[in-house]
Design a protein around this ligand. Structure first.
Ligand code: GDP
Length: 446
């Protein structure tokens, strides 16, 4: 997501940075490139026009052109205006006083509504809430089963009175159950259709009247770009939408939906989904996304991700090992598994500042498959070898290569990488022991 847009914008900024002085003409050339990049990313053309006009107004200003770093000034203006595209989006769910909170999930079939219901339930549990979910998609019995399954995975209760196939009474029943048993949030999954139809709208209105939702989240498949925006707008007009969840941001969506939805539909983006697992839901933070699009990285999201998979205890143990130069191949493998739990390597790289371009160069060179190879090699070693790499002589390396189905060169390369890493850690250990190390460690969630 955003890769191609991000690369193109970074090229534009790099060119601007090379200009000693900016003139209205050089700004115009840059604006044309920015315009093309946004249109190719499938951003709504009206949004693109308004955006470029605003940037032009501010950039072709005598003060900006005369300034010491005009290129950077333009980048700042682009950043401000891109942030402005998201209005006052805060991300997540706004506080409400009503209990129980009732969240109605809306969206077309296949948009990721049921999966998102499970993700949201899990997210709410993490926030200390006690959600209950209910499916009102009675036309497809498989939909009810699917929700029951994701609820189980998320560790939350699904309200599912056997044989009740009336959407409104299912939703009301969940309300009742929540009130009696003390659940504080109800997530009502609704039926989807391939296209918007009147029958569905009538059904949604009836459910709405019965449960009086506090939130109406529209799940939009980000891969469908402007089509997603159009149907979000239609749902907003007919039943009302309080927030949009953009799903499938991990796919090859170009980003247009994310950058247009607030301006076109007029509702904030609440969450983004970036994978099929229940953990793959993030509250939407405009500043982080803009930083990512403009190639400034998104270290905050990365730290949050790391914190969600590494416990304080693990971190302390690892730190001790690094300080004592006691890091083994077994620890190396554990670290790889931690990285794997953080999601696809590609997503993680995209969050690091300046990695946008590097990621492009590394395309295909370092991938999740390669991580699996590394793991296979380490797993083919005996526990003793993993604890003490010095045992790994030529014949042992050949045996490991055979055992893991990889070549001896690969085994050698891995051991070399491990030794390099150890060397670097020794240096970092020295650093961390000295002044200012604490901050460095904190930064990396260690
Ligand atoms: P619904 O018909 O709207 O309820 O859609 P589902 O929840 O059944 O999702 C449709 C498909 O999209 C399923 O295969 C999901 O696993 C997949 N899906 C949902 N959200 C995401 C996401 O954020 N990323 C990816 N890659 N797939 C997703």
């Amino acid at each position: 997501m955003f890769d191609s847009l991000s690369n193109r914008l970074q090229d534009v900024f790099a060119n601007l940075g090379r200009e000693v002085r900016l003139t209205p003409e050089t700004v115009e050339i840059a604006l044309r490139e920015i315009r093309m990049a946004l249109l190719e990313a499938d951003v709504n053309f009206k949004v693109v026009k308004a955006f470029v006009d605003k940037v032009r107004d501010r950039a072709v200003d005598a003060e900006v052109l005369k300034s010491l770093s005009p290129g950077q000034q333009v980048v700042r203006i682009v950043r401000d205006e891109m942030l402005a595209l998201f209005g006052d989006t805060q991300g997540g769910l706004p506080p409400v006083s009503a209990t129980p909170r009732v969240i109605l999930m809306l969206g077309l079939q296949g948009s990721g509504k049921t999966t998102t219901t499970g993700k949201l339930a899990k997210w709410l549990v993490k926030q200390g809430k006690h959600p209950i979910v209910v499916s009102t998609d009675v036309r497809r019995p498989a939909a009810i089963e699917q929700l029951n399954l994701v609820a189980k995975q998320a560790g939350v209760r699904a309200h599912d009175p056997a044989g009740n196939l009336d959407p409104v009474s299912r939703a009301s029943g969940a309300m009742q159950e929540a009130r009696t048993l003390g659940y504080d949030t109800i997530i009502v999954d609704t039926a989807g259709r391939l296209h918007i139809d009147d029958e569905l709208m009538v059904e949604l209105e009836a459910i709405k009247a019965a449960v009086q939702p506090t939130d109406q989240l529209y799940v939009a498949d980000a891969m469908t770009g402007q089509d997603a925006i159009k149907s979000a707008g239609e749902f907003n007009r007919r039943v009302g939408v309080t927030g949009v969840v953009l799903s499938k941001m991990d796919g090859d969506a170009r980003g247009g939906a994310a950058l247009s939805v607030v301006s076109v539909v007029g509702v904030p983006i609440a969450f983004t989904g970036s994978g099929e697992r229940l953990e793959d839901l993030e509250a939407f933070h405009p500043d982080r996304v803009v930083s990512r699009v403009l190639g400034m990285g998104d270290v905050l999201s990365l730290i949050e991700k790391a914190e969600s998979v590494v416990t304080q205890e693990d971190a302390a143990k690892l730190e001790k090992k690094i300080l004592e130069n006691d890091f083994t191949l077994e620890d190396f493998r554990e670290q790889l598994q931690t990285i794997k739990r953080m999601g696809p390597l590609e997503n993680i790289l995209g969050m690091l500042p300046g990695m946008g371009q590097i990621k492009q160069q590394m395309q295909g060179k370092i991938d999740d498959k390669q991580m699996a190879h590394v793991e296979a090699i380490i797993l083919s070693m005996t526990p003793r070898e993993r604890r003490n790499h010095q045992l790994l002589n030529g014949s042992r390396r050949r045996r490991i290569a055979r055992g893991s189905g990889r070549s001896v060169e690969e085994v050698n390369r891995l051991i070399k990488q491990f030794l390099d890493m150890k060397k670097m850690m020794k240096m970092m250990g020295g650093l961390a022991g000295g002044k200012g190390g604490g901050k460095l460690r904190k930064q990396f969630g260690m």
